[in-house]
Structures are given as structure tokens and as C-alpha cells.
Design a protein around this ligand. Structure first.
Ligand SMILES: Cc1ncc(COP(=O)(O)O)c(C=O)c1O
Length: 394
């Protein structure tokens, strides 16, 4: 295989927007007594919970950690069955595989690009007959648009499985007027604060939930499975120094530096969302004359517009347009190759054809630059270059 040098990208598909106030918030922590395990993390958690309507927010060092943490806290382990969408980042599935669970993928609805509730229902009916119902379903709010959680929640009640929403793309999104994160139809919701996401902490993530016992377990597991609460200890402590390890856990803690940045960024969330939405509306108009499929909007699902994904006619055209735009310094990207087509999953028996809609979508998918700092002239340039690439190649 020949190594192709990556051309330099001057307009990235996503990036952070850091203000002087964000920087000042981090510097304040650097001057304080606590770089980690101080007051900034619980403050950020309270702000996250208030914003989303969750009772609890548990901040951690990435969404990947958050997924593993909440799967484990819900009892996922060897022999468990976890189902998710193929149209996601590998972490959604691999966090379950790392715990020893058996993972399967439910095809997407080509209109929403999210896990399809009808396909899910069909698979559940069959699994009910075979005795292979899932323990946990992880719907992914792809590109910032919520899945139909009311439909999924009804199926969860009927078939008795748990639900964790992977909302790494969807902080600030709404479904039927309710913020993503409120856990109306799920056990928990996972957020990511990676720099390309809606708000950033550098690296970072969180689990949102309503249940007090689940929140306590998440807090313990993110910090070695340790408690300092005498009420959680099986016997009277020897003294005030004592902590008890209740089970093996991880160090998935977020630092106070990250939490201070997150709290400051959260204060800018509405401005970020408004800018992303305005750019999405602008793309819709600018792209109307081009031979491609634009994202379909839905009045019920207010997207956070993490990604703006268009679909081209076929894989060879997508490849040529991708290369032409990258050569022109435009950081287009592709989200996502169906997870089960990755080598590790192929080696475990998955093959092309497992989720035909996700494969069809992947063949033509192209993510255009979308982030709060993208200027209108940069956006015009992206559309002009895309139009030229399509005209030159068709
Ligand atoms: C859908 C989805 N889930 C999980 C993750 C993992 O997030 P993190 O980078 O915070 O670990 C990502 C990151 O891209 C993602 O897109």
C-alpha cells in the first residue's frame, strides 16, 4: 500500500471555538488549589444537568469512557447482548465489546440516518422467538439529530431492554420540544466534549441519568470503584481517612481545568447552536441546485447540527469529489463507514450486506465543513469548490 501524504487543510470540517473568557476560566483554575477533584467538576455537572433536564450528570475524560462506564454500571458484561447503529464512531460498539458483550447492529432509516425503529421492531420480534433479546440498545443521534426515542422507549418497555442514548453529536438538540439528555425514554445519555463537538473540554464526556443509585455507581466506577461515604461502606470505617473499594473501577475522572472550560463553553451553547443552525439553513439554499442529496429536516427533531452530511450518487463519485476538495484545502470528511465493516468486526463474522441502508448511505456520504467559526465566505467557497468538483467529474 502506498502512503499518500495528506494535503494541508485550511477549512476543517469541525473545530473548537475558544474565547478569551474560556481561557480566563482555565487560568483561574491553574491559580487555584485544585487541578483535579476540586469544585469545578461538580459545578460543570450541575450546569449540564440544569441545561439538559437530567437529574444527574457525571463528567468523565471522554465519551468513550462514559460509554464503557455506563454499560458496566447497567450490568453489561460477558454474555450480554448489546445492539446499536452501524452509522456511528467505533467507540459506541467497542466499549461494549471491551466488556465482553456480544454486539449486533440494526440498520438505519435512510431518511434520518439513525437506527430505524421499524427494523428494530422486526429484529426484536425475531429475537423474542429465538430467546436472543438484547440487554441494552444504544441509539446514536447521528449528526446531532435525535432518534425517535418515543418509539424506541415503547419497544424497550415491551421487550424489557435498557437504553443508553449516544448523544456525542447532540448536546442542545431537541426531540418533540424536549432537550436531548432529559432521559425521557432511556436509562442514560452520553455526551462528548471532543474539540469538534458542540462544546469542548479538550477531551471529555459525561453520562446523564435520572436514577440516584445509577449516578452513585457511575461516580464510584469512574474513580476506582471507591467510596468515601460511610453509608456505602459495609462496616464502620477505622477513621475519617478511610475509603472503601466496593469493586474494581477505572480512573476516568475529568480534571478541574477541563470542567472550567466546559462550564464556560456551556454558557456559549445557545450561540454555538444558533450559528450551526444558521449555517445549515444557508447550506440548504446554497446546495439546492447541485446534484446531491441534502439532509432532510424534520419539525419534530431540532438538530444540534454537529455535522452537515450530503450524499453523492455513488462511491466512485464520492471518492473523486472528496479528493478534489481535500486537494483544494477543504477538510471534508466521511461519517461513517458502517462499524461492522471495520477489520476487527469482519474477523468476527460480520460481512457486507448486514445493514444494506447503512452501506448504501456510506457509499455516497460526505461531511462538509460546519462549525461556529466557519464564515459565510468560507462556506460560499466550499459550495463553489464542490460545484466545480461535481461539474468537472460528472
Ligand atoms: C457517536 C460517537 N460516540 C462516541 C464518540 C467518542 O467520543 P470521545 O472522542 O469523546 O471519546 C464519538 C466521537 O467521535 C462519537 O462520534
Amino acid at each position: 500500500m502506498s502512503a499518500v501524504p495528506a494535503p494541508s487543510v485550511s477549512i476543517p470540517y469541525g473545530r473548537q471555538d475558544i474565547s478569551e473568557a474560556d481561557i480566563a476560566a482555565v487560568v483561574e483554575v491553574l491559580h487555584s488549589d485544585w487541578l483535579t477533584q476540586g469544585p469545578a467538576v461538580p459545578r460543570f455537572e450541575q450546569l449540564l444537568a440544569a441545561r439538559t433536564g437530567a437529574r444527574h450528570a457525571v463528567a468523565v475524560n471522554s465519551a468513550t469512557s462514559a460509554l464503557q462506564l455506563v454499560y458496566r454500571a447497567l450490568g453489561i458484561g460477558p454474555g450480554s447482548r448489546v445492539w446499536t447503529s452501524p452509522n456511528t464512531f467505533v467507540a459506541t460498539a467497542s466499549a461494549a465489546a471491551l466488556l465482553g458483550a456480544e454486539v449486533d447492529f440494526i440498520d438505519i432509516d435512510p431518511r434520518t440516518l439513525n437506527l430505524c425503529p421499524q427494523r428494530l421492531e422486526e429484529r426484536l420480534e425475531a429475537a423474542g422467538r429465538d430467546g436472543t433479546l438484547p440487554d441494552l440498545l444504544v441509539p446514536v443521534h447521528f449528526a446531532g439529530r435525535s432518534c425517535d426515542m418515543a418509539a424506541i422507549g415503547a419497544l424497550a418497555k415491551r421487550y424489557g431492554f435498557r437504553v443508553v442514548e449516544d448523544a456525542a453529536h447532540a448536546l442542545g438538540a431537541e426531540a418533540d420540544g424536549v432537550p436531548v439528555g432529559a432521559c425521557r425514554h432511556s436509562d442514560a445519555v452520553v455526551l462528548s466534549f471532543h474539540p469538534v463537538k458542540i462544546v469542548t473540554t479538550g477531551e471529555g464526556g459525561a453520562v446523564l441519568c435520572q436514577d440516584d443509585a445509577l449516578a452513585t455507581r457511575l461516580q464510584e466506577l469512574r474513580s476506582h470503584g471507591i467510596t468515601r461515604d460511610p453509608a456505602r461502606m459495609p462496616a464502620e470505617p477505622d477513621g475519617a481517612w478511610q475509603y472503601d473499594q466496593l469493586e474494581p473501577g477505572w480512573n476516568f475522572r475529568m480534571t478541574d481545568l477541563q470542567a472550567a472550560l466546559g462550564a464556560s463553553q456551556l454558557g456559549r451553547l445557545d450561540a454555538f447552536l444558533a450559528r450551526r443552525r444558521a449555517l445549515a439553513v444557508r447550506y440548504e439554499a446554497l446546495l439546492a441546485a447541485l446534484a446531491l442529496q441534502r439532509p432532510q429536516r424534520d419539525a419534530r427533531m431540532r438538530s444540534a447540527w454537529h455535522l452537515y452530511v450530503v450524499q453523492l450518487a455513488d462511491a466512485p463519485l464520492r471518492r473523486r469529489v472528496f479528493d478534489a476538495l481535500r486537494a483544494a484545502g477543504i477538510g471534508v470528511n466521511v461519517h461513517y463507514r458502517p462499524v461492522y465493516l471495520q477489520p476487527w468486526w469482519r474477523a468476527r463474522g460480520f460481512a457486507p450486506g448486514h445493514c444494506p441502508e447503512a452501506e448504501r448511505y456510506y457509499a455516497g456520504a460526505l461531511s462538509l465543513p460546519l462549525h461556529p467559526r466557519l464564515s459565510e465566505s468560507e462556506q460560499n467557497h466550499v459550495v463553489l469548490q464542490l460545484g466545480e468538483a461535481l461539474a468537472g467529474l460528472s
